[in-house]
Design a protein around this ligand. Structure first.
Ligand code: ADP
Ligand code: SF4
Length: 693
């Protein structure tokens, strides 16, 4: 395995102001749902990126002052000196293998509702807070004193960042989230003083903050500007204006970090955005500045990266999600281990961790944010314990990850799959419109196991309970997946509804097996609320069906707010002519129509249709497990028999890969009993100095 000569360019050191990055792999700031709440978990996550060879590593957004914070989202804080130690540990971890350590500083202005700090939000121009959650809060317009205060708060943050040991500061002015963008954009800047109006004026605050940075850090640190490439709308800071601004101030920062307009645009899922999607918006910007340019694009292919550099589009390859899915991406390219790259599938489950205030997880990298909590590593596994062999039944995402991790630990692994194809649900879902990248979940794991001498994979091998007993494995995991229900039972209907046997009923499994209505009127009932309903609606339209999308929710695919897709899905369905019935659910299914009930008023209406597709919930395929458990499995020498993944509790693919990993990691480990199954940090109590009025 040797690196292709063409990829050498990715490993040339690059200057960023007074600092030099060892290569062109640039981990742009990204959230992780841990932030200030889980400092050590975030530190160890960043340390794996350092170990994996990234040249530049950034924190997530770090809030510099309590007058601007985005609770319920959990990011970093740099509110006073007491926040420095956690960030200093972060900088140390980032630099542990030679990378430059960067901190992203954010003041959210019109985007920060201050639900925690209760401070009055300050904005370039006052108005309702622009959040995902439409918080009923308005911001006050900053006066000149506020602007001077904010400059001072930035200076405090620069000083603290330097004290914490960072090399780079990133000023956040992208995604509509940072006040620097709010100043620049006519959409959010309505000022009539010297900070509003002309582009020169709108850029004044940014210039002042950069001057303050230079004065405070005295050439010891570099500053980068993270800017939106294009803000949509008549008043948005457009790509043309951005180019004008860079032409005017090309040498202002030490590096330009360019990201698409909104976060939804910048971090689109693979269903809607291909690799390198922002290329047209970045091309030509390098010619406007002598400073290096970084851009993102969910880059996982070294050829695509090299092309960006050779074509003079980018100097650094920016990556958030590819660095989450594979923290060792740079090292693998450097060593020519291309087949080992664990490619991001573009599902945005990582984003959902931030959006829900949970700790993030990654479908592909099961160790993400478990590096400290559980001691998992993206590349290495703990050596095996006393037992020798494991049998895994079912080669879906759960079974494949369980097998790979058990094999890495050194067990003799047998993986039995009923069908001729490995991948389970991803083998089926990858054929659906827009979901081909899902297949990477199977491809990576089968590719990794192929050369391993301690893995035996049996396809076309549906196991019965007696087979399991006869295989003689020390440990058995049953990962037989789940089956979509053929009825309305999910969240709204906890019991089935009256259904006429003459109505043609379909499930997602039918459709994925090629059994679907064609040229009909179909009522698609979605009480799942994730991607499947809208994906199947698209497919049904392509098969000449007239599709009625029925959901009790107020929005289609409402959970996809958390994967930043909801608006795009809505647009897609409307463009396809799918008829939406929001806030409605079937109450009865007749031979040629369904009775829809309004979720709010109970008012009913008849919807004539030829077929119903239920996208409701899934039943675990756990019969094999229970039947095996009913036998004398311990007598057959099996030490543990576990039901894992969708077969235990159906969930997203990331939950399945996680379940596979958790099972493999627990092999031969002492039973934790009632102890907490992960490490956590608890806020340190201050002395009890009660203040009473
Ligand atoms: P998960 O997401 O938990 O991995 P999947 O449904 O994707 O679940 O995968 C389950 C896999 O288990 C499928 O590929 C299915 O063919 C396989 N399977 C189901 N029953 C058996 C069995 N009795 N023997 C072997 N494989 C089975
Ligand atoms: Fe990529 Fe999905 Fe992992 Fe996020 S969760 S890094 S989108 S594979």
């Amino acid at each position: 395995m040797t690196r292709l000569l063409a990829h050498d360019i990715l490993f040339t050191p690059m200057r960023i102001g007074p600092k030099t990055a060892p290569n062109r792999f640039y981990q742009v700031p990204h959230c992780n749902g841990g932030g200030y709440r889980d400092p050590s978990a975030v530190v160890e996550m960043r340390r794996t990126k350092a170990e994996g060879g990234w040249g530049v590593i950034f924190t997530e957004q770090t809030e510099i002052h309590p007058t601007s914070e985005i609770t319920p989202f959990i990011e970093q804080h740099l509110w006073d000196d007491r926040d420095i130690p956690a960030l200093a540990r972060m900088a140390e971890a980032m630099k542990s293998h030679g990378a430059l350590a960067g901190i992203q500083l954010a003041y959210s202005g019109i985007n920060g509702p201050n639900l925690y700090s209760r401070e009055v939000p300050l904005a370039v121009s006052g108005g309702p807070i622009l959040t995902f959650t439409s918080d009923p809060v308005q911001a006050r317009t900053m006066d000149k004193q506020d602007i001077r205060d904010l400059r001072r708060w930035f200076v405090n943050a620069f000083r603290r960042s330097r004290q914490a040991g960072f090399d780079l500061v990133c000023l956040y002015g992208a995604h509509g989230f940072g006040i620097l963008q709010h100043f620049l954009s006519r959409a959010t800047n309505h000022r009539t003083d010297e900070y509003g109006g002309s582009l020169e004026n709108r850029g004044r605050f940014l210039r002042e903050v950069v001057e303050d940075f230079r004065e405070t850090t005295k050439g010891e640190m570099a500053v980068t500007l993270r800017m939106s490439l294009h803000e949509a709308g008549a008043y948005g800071f457009s790509n043309a204006e951005l180019r004008d601004f860079i032409a005017m101030h090309g040498d202002l920062p030490d590096l330009w970090d360019l990201a698409h307009g909104t976060w939804e645009n910048c971090s689109g899922t693979s269903r809607f955005k291909p690799e390198g999607a922002q290329e047209d918006l970045v091309r030509g910007i390098k010619a406007l500045t002598s400073k290096p340019v970084v851009g993102v694009g969910r880059f996982t292919s070294p050829d695509a990266m090299v092309r960006q550099i050779k074509a003079g589009i980018l100097d650094f390859i920016g990556a958030a999600r590819p660095s989450i899915a594979d923290p060792f991406l740079p090292l693998k390219v450097q060593e020519g281990r291309y087949e080992d790259i664990r490619e991001c599938i573009g599902c945005n489950i990582c984003v959902s961790g931030d959006m829900t205030g949970a700790i993030s997880r990654c479908t592909q990298n099961t160790a993400f944010m478990e590096e400290w909590r559980k001691g998992w590593h993206p590349e290495r596994a703990w050596p095996k314990g006393a037992s020798e062999s494991v049998l895994i039944v079912g080669a879906g995402p759960t079974g494949l990850e369980a097998a790979l991790q058990a094999a890495r630990r050194g067990y003799r692994v047998t993986l039995a799959e009923a069908t001729t194809t490995l991948g389970g649900r991803v083998a089926r879902e990858r054929a659906l419109p827009g979901l081909s990248a899902w297949g990477r979940v199977a491809d990576y794991r089968t590719g990794q196991m192929a050369p391993m001498p301690n893995v035996e994979i049996y396809r076309d091998s549906p196991l019965a309970p007696e087979d399991i007993l006869a295989m003689g494995a020390d440990h058995v995991a049953v990962a037989t997946g789940a089956t979509w229900r053929r009825d309305a039972v999910a969240r709204l209907h906890l019991h089935d509804i009256p259904t006429d046997a003459r109505m043609a009923l379909f499930t997602p499994d039918d459709v994925m097996a090629g059994r679907m209505p064609e040229g009909m009127t179909v009522a698609l009932y979605d009480d799942d609320h994730f991607y499947m309903g809208s994906v199947l609606a698209e497919l049904l339209v392509a098969k000449d069906n007239r599709v009625h999308f029925v959901t009790p929710a107020a929005k289609v695919a409402e959970w996809t707010e958390n994967t930043l897709e909801q608006g795009t899905i809505m647009r897609r369905l409307l463009e396809l002519g799918v008829e939406l019935h929001l806030g409605k659910a079937p109450e009865a299914i007749g031979a040629r129509e369904i009775t829809l009930g309004c979720a709010w008023t109970g008012r009913q209406m008849a919807l004539p249709c030829d077929a119903v597709l239920h996208v409701t919930s899934r039943s675990p395929n756990d019969r094999l497990y229970h039947a095996t458990r009913a036998l004398d499995w311990q007598g057959a020498g099996i030490r543990s028999l576990k039901l894992i993944g969708d077969a235990a509790a159906p969930g997203p693919i990331a939950w399945a890969t996680y379940a596979g990993r958790a099972w493999a990691e627990a092999l031969d480990q002492p039973d934790p009993g009632d102890a907490l199954p992960f490490r956590r940090e608890i806020a340190q109590l201050l002395p009890p100095d009660r203040i009473t009025p």
